[in-house]
Ligand binder design. Structure first.
Ligand SMILES: [Zn+2]
Length: 171
């Protein structure tokens, strides 16, 4: 675990940065160790230097609004790698994307029309609508709002758990 969560003056997550960047911000006095961090487990140890896992910027920055990119992996993450028809959770290699309203009938490539699907269900559904194929969606596809949740999912489970616990604690 060598990544650091950078938060603004209101303890809202801004981004995840490398320990090198975190160290620079601390040395330049642009950021400080977040006050609630006390125990040794709250630090990353690199070359005998302790760097906190969460640092707070010393000046006011609003959390930037970022639109989550629409791409295959983000659709999988939204659907928790679960086929939205049969409910099987599978590795990415066994998944594909399904156009709820078929592509052959000009169903658009948008969050609201694309779901994670296993190859079997995708083949079975073919170019039909779920109703025509007699299939039911687990839930209606949607455009995700929380960018940071997705940003965190790129990192290890241990890191995510630490940051989530911390964010929950400071909420
Ligand atoms: Zn399926």
């Amino acid at each position: 675990m060598n990544r650091v969560l950078l938060v603004n003056h209101e303890n809202k997550p801004l981004r995840i940065c490398s320990w090198k960047r975190a160290l620079k911000l601390l040395l330049k006095g642009k950021a400080q160790c977040e006050k609630s961090i006390k125990s040794i487990e709250d630090y990353i140890s690199i070359n005998n230097t302790e760097i906190p896992k969460v640092i707070q910027l010393n000046y006011d920055v609003a959390v930037p609004y970022k639109e989550l990119p629409f791409c295959r992996i983000n659709v999988y993450v939204r659907d928790d790698y679960t086929c939205q028809y049969c409910g099987k959770k599978l590795p990415p290699s066994e998944l594909t994307l399904d156009h709820v309203y078929p592509k052959s009938r000009f169903g658009p490539d948008i969050w609201e029309n694309i779901v994670t699907c296993c190859k079997e269900c995708n083949q079975y559904k073919a170019d039909k609508t779920p109703k025509e194929a007699g299939m039911k969606l687990l839930r209606r596809p949607f455009r995700p709002k929380e960018y940071f949740e997705y940003e965190m999912k790129k990192y290890s489970y241990t890191e995510q758990m630490y940051w989530r616990r911390w964010m929950y604690k400071s909420a």
